[in-house]
Ligand binder design. Structure first.
Ligand code: SIN
Length: 280
């Protein structure tokens, strides 16, 4: 097996070719896992996959995680369809910076997203590298942040009044808002990756709602400073999709944002998540 790996110039993100995702082997999985831990975001062009094949490939990387607040495909409980129709005017699903389900006690380690239908313009996904963001902070701030933790919650998007819950606009994805979205989890701001041992800045605009132990204005100021720092262009990789491209990212050290810019066109992706552990 010879994989062709094309890494982004700074090593954050890589495209991998020379294998068939619909025929995974233990050897292939081990090599892809090694590359994924190194590059954080892997893209696999030209992988035509049915939802069953996507599930089968995804399961090579662990047990499925839990997807709250979204109804999955009827025949595939672990596959969510990320769909936006040409007539929709709502913010794309995933259209604000976040790390998947960071409000869970054990958020997913990986997300896999397969492009079933891609618009001719727009619809890119941006990824931000939490390792480099952490490493670029002054050492005194790094030490200070290591003593702090942040509160994560799904309340902004997924309560009945949340920004994904409706607001009278048509949305083809079946969002299921609930009061469960008010629950909170306390997670470290500097997360140590359980497999690489590297430290990442681990806060995000959608789900991180406050900093524990700081008063509201002080917490909001620090959070905004950290978010602005983490989303600088130098830490961001912009991914342009093609039909049948599969992408796999590491939620433990990255965050991402789905871009719009394709009103009038359909975009359909199939998504799985792999269970992770409690952030430390
Ligand atoms: C997501 O946030 O999981 C969706 C990303 C995308 O559709 O590009």
């Amino acid at each position: 097996m010879t994989l062709e790996v094309r890494s982004e110039p700074n090593g954050f993100g890589a495209s991998v070719e020379g294998f068939r995702a619909n025929d995974p082997s233990a050897e292939l999985t081990a090599e892809l896992r090694r590359l994924w831990l190194k590059h954080q975001v892997l893209t696999f062009p030209d992988q035509s996959l049915t939802p069953v094949q996507l599930k089968c490939f995804s399961r090579q990387f662990g047990e499925f995680g839990e997807d709250p607040f979204i109804a999955p495909l009827a025949a595939h409980p672990h596959v969510v369809e990320v769909r936006r129709e040409p007539s929709e005017k709502v913010l794309p699903f995933g259209g604000s910076w976040h790390s998947d389900w960071s409000f869970q006690e054990t958020p997913p380690s990986a997300t896999l997203l397969h492009a079933a239908e891609v618009p001719p313009v727009g619809g890119d996904t941006l990824f931000a590298d939490g390792y480099r963001a952490y490493e670029a902070l002054p050492s005194n701030l790094q030490s200070e942040l290591e003593q702090l933790s942040a509160i994560h919650s799904a309340r902004r998007p997924y309560t009945l009044q949340g920004f994904l819950a409706g607001g009278g606009l048509e949305r083809s994805m079946r969002i299921t808002p609930s009061d469960q979205a008010l629950n909170t989890q306390n997670h470290p701001i500097v997360r140590t990756h359980p497999e690489t041992g590297r430290k990442a800045l681990w806060i995000n605009r959608v789900y991180t709602i406050s900093i524990r132990g700081l008063d509201k204005p002080q917490g909001e100021r620090l959070l905004q400073t950290l978010i602005d720092h983490a989303l600088q262009d130098r830490f961001v990789y912009k991914h342009r999709w093609r039909k049948d491209m599969l992408c796999m990212w590491d939620n433990r050290c990255t965050q991402h944002c789905a871009m719009g810019g394709y009103d009038g066109y359909r975009r359909v992706m199939h998504r799985t998540v792999i269970a992770g552990d409690r952030p430390v």
